[in-house]
Write a protein that binds this ligand. Structure first.
Ligand SMILES: [Zn+2]
Length: 137
């Protein structure tokens, strides 16, 4: 199998293994997949590597969420035979997703589940904190 075919297979494989819904864009020759809503996994596909990241957000200011993913793994895809490559990439995507989802918390006040960036602390979501702050006792 040629490198081009290998690449196409990999592209198709990632597309079918991302958490849904997912977006796919190309930036400077790198294909970037962002999957999940809220985001769960980011995969970057370059000429030589597949980089799998756990989606994460940091607040640069109280009103500015910035995506700051955590790298889970990097695979030099040209160096692996097809079946091993797909298995490794599949496991990395699964692992990144599990890590991300393990950080979700249930708010003790509204009982909704939130991604960590929407929690104010371990037990209170940002909405409930804001609502409380707006109430005059
Ligand atoms: Zn809440």
């Amino acid at each position: 199998m040629s490198i081009d075919e290998h690449y196409e297979q990999l592209l198709a494989y990632i597309g079918t293994h991302m958490p849904t819904p997912f977006a796919q864009e190309e930036v400077d020759g790198v294909i970037i997949f962002t999957g999940g809503s809220p985001g769960e996994v980011i995969v970057r596909l370059t000429d030589t590597s597949v980089i799998v990241e756990e989606y994460a957000v940091r607040w640069e200011s109280p009103f500015t969420p910035v995506v700051r993913p955590r790298r889970v793994g990097l695979v030099k895809w040209r160096r692996l035979p097809e079946s091993e490559l797909m298995t490794v990439v599949g496991e990395l995507i699964k692992g990144a997703r599990e890590m991300r989802r393990s950080r979700y918390r249930i708010c003790h006040f509204c009982h909704n589940t939130f991604a960590p960036e929407w929690m104010s602390d371990d037990v209170t979501c940002r909405q409930c904190v804001e609502r409380e702050a707006g109430v005059v006792h």
